[in-house]
Write a protein that binds this ligand. Structure first.
Ligand SMILES: [Zn+2]
Length: 115
């Protein structure tokens, strides 16, 4: 690994069913990918913005190495924010990708607490 490289997990976020019917526009099996900073929609051309809003805060954490005791590592099924909707969204790590710090930011590599 070069001096400025780091790794992130690629993610797949897939609509899964539960015992309640879905009331939004989700369809079981719909999915998108998270690759670096990008959301990639290879299979569907639309995705609920309300569901996306519920998912977005979790994605950067799921991309990164986590402590084995961290609940963010074990919990991977997220409910639709509509309380009447049975849709669930499963976040799966599907691979690892290497990035260069210099390709991602113009900031210097962090050297410790500078406060
Ligand atoms: Zn829903």
């Amino acid at each position: 690994m070069k001096h400025d490289e780091f790794t992130l997990y690629d993610l797949k976020v897939e609509v899964i069913a539960s015992d309640k019917p879905m009331v939004c526009s989700h369809k079981e099996g719909d999915y998108f990918l998270v690759i670096g900073e990008n959301l990639v929609f290879p299979q569907t051309t639309s995705f609920s913005m309300y569901s996306l809003a519920a998912l977005l805060p979790l994605l950067p954490a799921k991309q990164r190495e986590l402590h084995e005791n961290d609940w963010m590592l074990s919990d991977s099924v997220i409910a639709c924010p509509d309380p009447n909707c049975g849709a669930r969204f499963k976040i799966t790590r599907i691979g690892k990708r290497t990035f260069s710090h210099a390709d991602c930011t113009v900031e210097d590599i962090y050297k410790g607490n500078e406060d």
